[in-house]
Ligand binder design. Structure first.
Ligand code: KIV
Length: 273
């Protein structure tokens, strides 16, 4: 159980109140069984558009639709009774206008039962975040390395390495705070800048590849469990190697079927005597 929520459900308000407290714990989840396992151990569960890569095998997060996010969001939200569940708005479902963002966000909230949405971008999304927050849509920001903008960022590049990028990050964090986001993810940012952003805003920062200076940490569950191990970013720590366990189980099953060891007498229905 989370130290923040004790027996109670984590809400966007309790997350907001966790600024500078015991670090917030976040993980992504995309399916009901995994969400059920993590629900009582984490504060925030993100149905991230990273599912485009982890579940659907795509090369980026760009190719996932709002309908697909809603399907996974519903599975996760219905499996959780403790963590605050947030669903990503996918690329193309909110950037056009605040009105388009509201239409997408209201579908996500109504059809999944989650508590909030996340969208990517800083100053350029401030008007949209304020529009949503004023209309009952809690928003988790996402600044720094924003994977939906990989084509304009020039790939998955660490942010805050030069003065211009550092200035932009500080302004982006401030914009999310002032627009009414309840917290913001900060991804792929060098430590001193992640620290400056965290110290200069009133809402919690939840880091991924942004050092211990943040108010919390989030990782992609497939990385933590060692299911997705095509490559391992520097900021990822693997706490299990489930891919090896899964492959072993599948190989053993295949071998036993081929040798006739499975099914054995224990697994066979017999007529009643
Ligand atoms: O989609 C995702 O998994 C995310 C996390 C990396 C924060 O946005």
């Amino acid at each position: 159980m989370s130290v923040h929520g004790r027996n109670k459900r984590m809400t966007t308000q309790t997350i907001r109140d966790c600024k500078s407290a015991t670090p917030l714990v976040g993980l992504t989840a995309y399916t009901a069984p995994i969400a059920k396992i993590m629900d009582e151990h984490v504060d925030l569960i993100l149905v991230g558009d990273s599912l485009a890569m982890t579940i659907y095998g795509l090369d980026s997060t760009l190719g996932i639709s709002l309908d697909t996010m809603i399907q996974h969001g519903r599975a996760v939200a219905h499996s959780c009774s403790h963590a605050c569940v947030v669903v990503d708005l996918p690329f193309g479902s909110y950037q056009e206008s605040p009105e388009q963002a509201f239409r997408s966000a209201s579908r996500v909230l109504q059809e999944t039962g989650c508590q909030a949405i996340k969208l990517e971008g800083g100053q350029e999304m401030a008007e949209t975040v304020a529009f949503l927050a004023a209309r009952g849509v809690p928003v988790l920001g996402h600044i720094g390395l924003t994977p939906q903008s990989m084509n304009t960022l020039g790939g998955f590049k660490t942010q805050g390495r030069d003065e211009e990028s550092a200035k932009k990050l500080l302004a982006d964090g401030k914009a999310m705070d002032e627009a009414g986001a309840f917290a913001t993810v900060i991804e792929g940012v060098v430590e001193p800048i992640a620290r400056s952003v965290t110290e200069s805003i009133s809402i919690p920062t939840i880091g991924i590849g942004a050092s211990q200076a943040c108010d919390g940490q989030i990782l992609v569950v497939d990385d933590v469990l060692g299911v997705f191990n095509e490559f391992q970013p520097k900021f990822v720590k693997r706490y299990a190697n489930l891919r090896a366990d899964m492959e072993n189980a599948i190989k053993t099953f295949a071998g036993e079927v081929r040798t006739g060891a499975f099914p054995s007498e224990d697994h066979v229905f017999k007529p009643k005597a």
